[in-house]
Write a protein of this length. Structure first.
Lengths: 276, 272, 287
């Protein structure tokens, strides 16, 4: 049971390639992180998977869901749910959360069952559910909106979830809660999650497997422990260096456990950063 | 020698305006009292809504307390003459969170950096041009980037421009209001490197407004933890420190792990 | 293995869609340039004096001497249309200027000042926004008499409030933006801040809306003149000319068609221009 992206390529109208022949599989119950620096094409790859490319972009390749080719009108939102970076923009400002929930259930063809709405909201980490259902999007904080978006995704009973930088705009405490919820949801509901992020801390917290993109190409795909211990590609090494550079105090103890081979240049940089 | 900054009994509330009725006011800052000394880089940490950005803006003179005072080097920020205000602005600058909305998209990069040079330093045009080129190189851009329009540049490059603008008058303090959080990791690291260099070369102190404790560990000697408009902890920053306040502990627990934990199915062990 | 063949479909859609705005801009600019030219040089371009009555020549069809024929008083249609162009376009621009001037000052002031004064001004705007244009024009005419000036005033009075509202919200948005704060931190003095940072973006957005409103204003002026409230005969104006020609609709329909066509072309051209300007200048719409 898996979501499989095969030989996906995306082209600009001018013919330039933004995503170059990537292939990726997400199994139900596992979290796959798609990482890369900004401009690596990871967000485009994911919007292509959902069939939501902007006008003018062309794609080739195919998407298989449980070994059958996908029909976007039946898959998007129903079999594959998604949550995005800026939660406020995902909501219609004139509808309450309850109206959004009902619309989601209708779109998926599920009965309007208040219990399933409550269940999804609880799973997403929301509290005071009755009150929240009557709120409008502008009355809610970024964190609450992101949780509501997650709840809507869960309500649709989709088997797979694509999360495009879901916590980048949120503060660390809220981020931590939401990531925690994603982990539980993947394991309890057997959801397959494709998580797009540039932050290796998120990867370390959540991911089972990691795929690294650089300049449109998939340059690395491995188990998460392997990425941190023995990164193969240059892109992965660069990301790791940037990641370790954020943790001033623990570099000595942590990297002693790992055997990350930093090339000489980045060793110097890291030394410099910590000696000041 | 007077403290660099002294905040006394600071209170701030916002009130919705209405023609006929009195609307309830929302208090965002409660009774703040603290001092900052010269040379120490300080962090204002807290979750969103804690009031840290508001406090930062008040310290920069962009807003004022409803009650209470802000003193910079012994002088109150209220009632400064234009000349004194310019002197203050030369010493204290700020880099905002979102670089794209912190610049006028119609101006060129050179125009943006030119403003403080023209209005705070009153330099002659030729000198200004030289200084702009100097600043662009210092932040890792090139003089030809000065001709580009701000609306055409990426967030990462624009943040460098904003840092160049803040550096223009060689200020003593630069406030960074979550300036790195919306950038990708590699860009963040490059800018951290840049900020370190600036600190080493010019002895600038930083006021970091952030919720990311990793940055606090990298740069600051002191941290003020804010929760719901109050300062709940005032502590020195040491490696592997234990935070005392509830907010401090919560932020510490929320820091993302350096490495994945070996245990697959439990919540990941908190490392840093 | 399925290959998605949306490629071809998307390409076709693209070229079709992007052709339309370009065509629109070309048409509108051509029409408007032509109209402006006529308006500016009406006096020199007109073969005859527009008020020269010649009853022997009345209701003549198109001919070599009178390219568009003559009206019921023997006046040359072409000359009348040319002069009408200058009067109509002139009146429209004056009205627009008045609406923008009042709207920007009041709205800009309200936005900048904030607080109770802002709220008070907005309530006054609400009152003005409820006036229907035609009713107010009737009132003005009843009090002050007919004439183009009164029509212009009536239209300006009933429309300025929209611009004031818009200006106010634009100013408020900008006031809280980081780049204005950054300008303060850079020591830029307040007046300079207003002209350099606030006004340009406010102005651009207003101009786009104003352009789209021109058609609307033009219809009001012609409409009110048609009703006899604005320009009076013998002054040539499209609405007046249509009114005059009503009785000849079966005998000489051309008399109705020419001024009607002028109104139609102008309003359409301004609307297309407004659309194109909005597409080009509105940052929210650009990819």
């Amino acid at each position: 049971m898996s979501l499989s992206i095969n030989n996906l390529s995306v082209f600009l109208p001018t013919g330039q390639t933004i995503v170059d022949n990537i292939s990726l599989t997400v199994n139900r119950g596992e979290i796959v992180a798609l990482v890369g620096a900004s401009g690596s094409g990871k967000s485009v790859a994911v919007t292509a998977t959902l069939g939501l490319l902007t006008r003018g972009l062309r794609m080739t390749g195919n998407i298989f869901l449980d070994n059958k080719p996908i029909d976007y009108t039946h898959a998007r939102g129903k079999r594959i749910a998604c949550i995005i970076q800026n939660p406020a923009s995902a909501f219609n400002p004139v509808y309450t959360m309850k109206q959004h929930a009902i619309e989601t259930l209708k779109a998926v063809g599920l009965p309007h069952d208040i219990n399933s709405i409550y269940d999804a909201m609880k799973d997403a980490g929301l509290e005071d559910l009755e009150r929240v259902l009557h709120l409008y999007s502008f009355q809610m904080s970024g964190g609450m909106l992101q949780r509501m978006m997650l709840a809507l995704a869960l309500m649709s009973k989709a088997d797979y979830l694509i999360a495009d930088e879901p916590t980048t705009d949120l503060d660390l405490i809220v981020q931590s809660h939401i990531l925690q919820r994603l982990k539980h949801i993947a394991h309890d509901r057997k959801l397959g999650i494709l998580l797009v992020t540039h932050d290796l801390g998120v990867v370390a917290k959540l991911a089972d497997r990691v795929a690294v993109m650089s300049q449109g190409k998939l340059v690395d795909e491995c188990n998460v422990m392997q990425l941190f211990d023995q990164p193969q590609s240059e892109a992965a090494k660069k990301l790791l260096n940037a990641h370790y550079a954020m943790y001033a105090t623990d570099i000595n103890s942590q990297s002693a456990k790992a055997s990350v081979t930093l090339d000489n240049e980045s060793k110097e940089t890291t030394k410099e950063l910590f000696s000041a | 020698m007077p403290n660099l900054f002294k905040i006394e009994r600071g209170n701030k509330s916002y009130q919705e305006q209405s023609l006929l009725s009195r609307q309830p006011s929302k208090q965002v800052l409660h009774d703040l009292n603290f001092t900052l000394e010269q040379g120490e880089s300080v962090a204002l940490v807290g979750a969103s809504g804690s009031g840290k950005s508001t406090l930062c803006r008040i310290m920069l003179g962009l807003e004022t307390f409803n009650e209470g005072h802000v003193y910079f080097k012994g002088q109150s920020l209220s009632g400064l003459s234009r000349k004194q205000l310019n002197g203050f602005r030369r010493s204290v600058q700020m880099v905002f969170q979102d670089s794209i909305s912190a610049v006028n998209p119609r101006l060129t990069v050179a125009d943006i950096i030119n403003e403080p040079l023209q209005y705070l330093l009153h330099l002659k045009p030729k000198k200004r041009k030289e200084r702009i080129d100097e600043l662009l190189i210092q932040v890792g851009l090139t003089p030809s980037d000065g001709l580009k329009k701000a609306g055409q540049m990426s967030g990462g490059m624009l943040q460098r421009v904003c840092i160049a603008r803040a550096l223009a008058c060689e200020p003593e303090i630069i406030a960074l209001d979550e300036s790195l959080s919306s950038l990708d990791l590699i860009l963040q690291q490059q800018l951290i490197q840049l900020l370190r260099e600036i600190q080493q070369k010019q002895g600038t102190t930083y006021l970091f407004v952030t919720h990311d404790l990793r940055l606090v560990q990298l740069f600051c000697q002191r941290a003020l933890v804010m929760d719901n408009g109050r300062i709940v902890e005032d502590t020195t920053v040491t490696p592997n420190m234990e935070w005392q306040s509830k907010m401090g502990k919560a932020l510490q627990a929320a820091v993302l792990p350096v490495r994945p934990s070996q245990l697959e199915h439990d919540s990941p062990a908190m490392t840093v | 293995m399925m290959i998605f063949s949306i490629k071809k479909h998307q390409d076709n859609k693209n070229s079709w869609r992007s052709a339309i705005p370009n065509l629109g801009v070309i048409i509108s600019i051509t029409v408007l340039a032509f109209m402006m030219f006529c308006a500016l040089f009406a006096h020199w371009l007109s073969p005859y004096d527009p008020s020269e009555i010649n009853l022997l020549n009345k209701l003549m069809p198109m001919s070599a001497e009178h390219w568009l024929g003559t009206d019921h008083l023997g006046r040359d249609m072409l000359s009348r249309l040319l002069h009408a162009t200058s009067i109509s376009l002139g009146a429209v621009f004056i009205t627009l200027l008045l609406m923008l001037a009042i709207g920007i000052s009041v709205g800009g002031f309200a936005g900048f000042i904030g607080g109770r004064i802002d709220q008070g001004i907005m309530r006054i705007c609400d009152v003005f926004m409820t006036f229907p244009t035609v009713v107010f024009a009737l009132f003005m005419v009843a009090v002050l008499g007919t004439g183009l000036t009164n029509v212009i005033i009536a239209i300006a009075v009933t429309h300025w409030a929209w611009y004031a509202r818009l200006t106010r919200s634009l100013v408020i948005n900008i006031r809280h933006s980081d780049y204005l704060r950054a300008a303060r931190l850079s020591g830029v003095p307040p007046i300079r801040r207003f002209f350099r940072h606030v006004l340009p973006s406010v102005f651009v957005q207003l101009i786009v809306l104003a352009t789209m409103d021109i058609g609307h204003v033009m219809l009001h002026i012609s409409g009110l003149s048609f009703l006899g409230l604005g320009v009076q005969s013998p002054t040539p104006e499209w609405g007046v000319m249509i009114n005059d020609a009503r009785q000849f609709v079966w005998t000489q329909p051309a008399l109705l068609v020419w001024p009607g066509l002028c109104i139609f072309l102008n309003v359409m051209a301004f609307n297309l221009l407004g659309d194109a300007l909005r597409d080009k200048l509105d940052p929210n719409l650009s990819h």
